[in-house]
Design a protein. Structure first.
Length: 188
């Protein structure tokens, strides 16, 4: 038993949009898979082939059902051939999304960062140094003022103590003189 295998070609007949889609699809197929060798081209042409089934060694197997489609005798219209294709005119991923421009822009922005930091440091550093010096100066002045205040307080306390000691010693000498005089008078 021999079965003839044929190729089925469906031709759209409904609307122009489908024909345009089919034409575009054929265009893309030819663009992606160009056939330049006439020997290879003959392999892709429509034709019939004969398939001989392999005899089954077991008699209990049921034969498989094979469906055959026959196509109309209408040959498909060949796709429009483009004579030349300028590869530079085809948009690439990079050109569509301007990838190179964006990378260049990022590189420029990143290369500007050290300059921006230096400029900031030159503008801000004198202010920071001035504030640090001012803070240190204020702390030193406060420390010196405390030492001076402590010294003055110490001097004042010493002066007051001296005055009290002198006053007591003078009173104490008068008191001891008066006590001595009284004792002498009582004994006499």
């Amino acid at each position: 038993q021999e079965t003839e295998d044929t190729h089925v070609i469906l031709t759209p007949t409904r609307s122009d949009a489908q024909q345009q889609s089919s034409s575009t699809s054929s265009f893309m197929t030819n663009l992606l898979n160009p056939i330049t060798d006439p020997g290879l081209e003959s392999l892709f042409t429509i034709g019939s082939t004969t398939v001989t089934p392999i005899p089954s060694p077991q008699s209990t197997m049921t034969p498989s059902i094979m469906l055959t489609f026959t196509s109309a005798s209408q040959l498909p219209t060949p796709p429009t051939q483009i004579t030349s294709l300028d590869l530079q005119s085809i948009l690439t991923f990079a050109s569509v999304f301007r990838f190179e421009d964006r990378v260049k822009s990022l590189e420029d922005n990143f290369s500007n960062i050290p300059g921006i930091v230096n400029q900031y440091m030159h503008q801000q550093m004198p202010e920071v140094v001035r504030e640090a010096v001012q803070t240190q100066t204020t702390q030193l002045q406060d420390s010196i003022q405390r030492e001076n205040d402590e010294s003055r307080i110490e001097e004042a306390v010493n002066a007051q103590l001296e005055a009290k000691v002198l006053t007591r010693s003078s009173h104490s000498s008068r008191t001891s003189y008066a006590v001595g005089l009284l004792i002498c008078l009582k004994w006499n």
